[in-house]
Structures are given as structure tokens and as C-alpha cells.
Design a protein around this ligand. Structure first.
Ligand code: NAP
Length: 329
């Protein structure tokens, strides 16, 4: 089968499509004929060599797929060969066949295209969990999202009203030219991060501050987050887009003075420690796509060969919206 392989840390020069052997599922697993796969920033962080992402080199990227069940491992119930499914494999999803845990393999509702479903297992499920489990969104909350123009940022903008939010939605982007794309997804205000951000955000909230911050920028924006969060607000840290070292978290006194909470979120560790919670979020995301109009802008790549250049665009902060790649069919 054909698979994207990252041969060593670096950039597109170290990513190539190779012919490799097909894996078979072990107990509790399924193999999937991949029709479409989603691209995610975690594959970019792995490719550039960020600590603790690749299990070794060569590395096979790809953590979300949609396709059909090819083979069932021992003990798997509730799925059948040929079922249309979306899944969150540990890796190797940018390939014609992938093995995934059955618990993280979810049926795709009738009528939902597999290209759209490929955005659910990692990207949309993360956005659902950021707003619900981690962020505890309530009606009327003002929400601030950093990197609002990307895949996760677009999903959050669409999910806030679908999950019962409805308050002011503020996004930040690294480049001014990404502001229009973020605004098109539903952000009420979008600011480039080189602006006088704290004042702009306070003005946008009528001076009250924000109730929920969703921040994938390591600790680079944490001081700002603490500054603009209203009493009782929640700050969810869910990435380290810039790579490199992160600062210590704020001292207890600062959190107590602001009545603030700071929460971490990780799809990868939730998949390992509480997979049923992640599976529930994948089901929610697929259901919202099939029945409630959730539809983020997808850039559809024609084949695995196009993935390294798309990873370049993501790595350089040029990408907007979500990328999915047609793998077979
Ligand atoms: N914790 C989790 O489980 C989890 C799951 C999924 C995604 N994430 C995180 O969520 C973020 C969005 O993910 P995505 O897949 O939707 O990707 P994406 O938003 O399409 O692309 C990543 C974005 O990160 C921003 N960025 C900030 N500093 C950067 C830097 N130094 N180098 C490159 N990019 C930088 C860029 O947007 P701006 O310049 O506009 O900020 C870039 O477009 C990523 O940081 C990712 O790691 C975390």
C-alpha cells in the first residue's frame, strides 16, 4: 500500500510517498481502507522535530481518517467489514490502509460524505471537547480564540452557536490577511496579534473581559489571556504552535485574585486515558455535520503527494481553514 513517510525531522524534503506492507489489526482493533484523511498541525510539529511527538524515524503521520472497515481484530463487536467509519488512529492515517482502535472507530451517518467526515476524529472532536468538557461553555459566554483562521479555529466559530453559546466571539490571527477568513466563519471581531490586543479585546467586550479563552500558543499569549479574562473565566491551553520552551504557569495568587482557572487539553492523551470520552465527541461532531449544518471550509487535496506542500503552508502560518486529502477512490 502507499503511505506518506517522514524519513527524518525537517520539512517537505523529508516527506515522501512510499510503497510499504499492509498492517493487520490486533485484538480490539480494526483496519480501515482510507478514503480521506485529515491534516493536522500535530503532524507539522512532529515533522519539524518538536520533542515527544515522533515515536521514532521514519515516522508515518496521520491521526484522522474516514473510509470503510477492511478487517476486524479479535474481540471487536458492533462494527462490520464494509462499514463506513471515521477513526482516530495513533498515527499512520495518511496511507491507503490504517489500523485503529475499535473504541475510536465510529460509524459515519448515512448521507455524510467521507471527505467531510475525515475532519471529525481529531479536528472537530477537539473543538467540541475544548468548548464542552474543557471550556464548560455556557449561554452568552464571550469566547476568545487564538489562531482563529485555521482548522480548529474555524470549527470553534461554527460550534459555539450549535452548542448553545451565542455570546461575542473574538479571534486572533498571526497574519492580517487571515482575518477575513476567520470573520467568514462567524467571529464577531478578528484581530491580528501585532495590534494593541488587550485594549482591542477589552473594547470589544464593553470592558467586561472574556469568559473563555481557547489558546494553542503555548504560554506566548498567556499574560494577555490573564489580562483580558473576566472574573470566573476559564483559560484552556491546548497546544504549543511555536514549539520551544514554555513558561511556568501563573502563581496561585494571580489565579485566586482573578477567580480564574487554567486548564490543559490533549486529544492524544485523552485517546490513551479516556477513549470513550473522545469517541463520544467524535460521534457528536459527525452528528452535527450530518444533521445540524456544521460545515467548515475544506481544502481538498487530490492525493498523498500534495500533503507535504500543505504541511509547509500550515508550518509557515499561511494556511486557512481545514485540509483533507483524498487517499483512495
Ligand atoms: N491539544 C490538542 O489535542 C490539539 C488538537 C488539535 C489541534 N491542536 C492545536 O490547535 C492549533 C490549531 O491546529 P490546526 O490543526 O487547526 O492547525 P492550523 O490552525 O490550521 O495551523 C496552525 C496555526 O498555528 C498558528 N501558529 C502560531 N504560531 C506559529 C508558529 N510559530 N509556527 C507556525 N504556526 C503558528 C498559525 O496561525 P496564526 O498565525 O493565525 O496563529 C497556524 O496557521 C495548533 O496549534 C494545534 O497544535 C491541539
Amino acid at each position: 500500500m502507499r503511505a506518506l513517510v517522514m524519513t527524518a525531522p525537517g520539512g517537505a524534503e523529508n516527506s515522501e510517498v512510499q510503497e510499504i506492507g499492509t498492517s493487520h489489526p490486533g485484538p480490539g482493533q480494526v483496519s480501515i481502507d482510507v478514503a480521506w484523511a485529515g491534516l493536522n498541525f500535530v503532524d507539522v510539529m512532529t515533522r519539524r522535530g518538536d520533542a515527544a511527538y515522533a515515536s521514532g524515524w521514519p515516522y508515518r503521520p496521520g491521526k484522522e481518517v474516514a473510509g470503510t472497515v477492511r478487517e476486524l481484530g479479535e474481540g471487536v463487536t458492533g462494527l462490520a467489514v464494509g462499514d463506513r467509519v471515521a477513526a482516530a488512529p495513533v498515527g499512520g492515517g495518511l496511507a491507503e490502509v490504517v489500523v485503529a482502535e475499535a473504541v475510536l472507530t465510529v460509524p459515519v451517518p448515512d448521507g455524510l460524505a467521507l471527505g467531510a467526515a475525515a475532519a471529525a476524529p481529531l479536528g472537530l472532536a477537539t473543538a467540541v471537547l475544548l468548548l464542552t468538557d474543557a471550556g464548560r461553555l455556557t449561554t452568552g459566554d464571550t469566547v476568545l480564540v487564538h489562531s482563529a483562521g485555521g482548522g480548529i479555529g474555524s470549527a470553534i466559530a461554527q460550534l459555539v452557536p450549535l452548542l448553545g453559546g451565542g455570546g461575542t466571539l473574538i479571534g486572533t490571527v498571526g497574519r492580517p490577511e487571515k482575518a477575513a477568513s476567520a470573520a467568514g466563519q462567524g467571529y464577531d471581531h478578528v484581530f491580528a496579534r501585532d495590534a494593541e490586543l488587550a485594549d482591542a479585546i477589552r473594547t470589544a467586550t464593553g470592558g467586561r473581559g472574556v469568559d473563555l479563552v481557547l489558546d494553542p500558543l503555548g504560554t506566548a499569549a498567556l499574560e494577555l489571556d490573564l489580562d483580558v479574562t473576566a472574573p470566573g473565566g476559564r483559560i484552556v491551553l491546548f497546544g504549543n504552535a511555536g514549539g520551544g520552551a514554555v513558561d511556568d504557569l501563573p502563581p496561585l495568587g494571580r489565579l485566586m485574585a482573578g477567580n480564574l482557572s487554567v486548564t490543559g487539553f490533549s486529544h492524544r492523551f485523552l485517546a490513551a486515558t479516556a477513549p470513550e470520552r473522545l469517541a463520544r465527541a467524535i460521534r457528536t461532531a459527525l452528528d452535527l455535520q450530518a444533521n445540524s449544518g456544521l460545515s467548515i471550509p475544506l481544502t481538498e487535496l487530490p492525493g498523498l503527494e500534495a500533503v507535504p506542500a500543505a504541511h509547509d503552508a500550515m508550518q509557515e502560518g499561511r494556511a486557512t481553514g481545514k485540509y483533507v486529502v483524498r487517499v483512495t477512490g
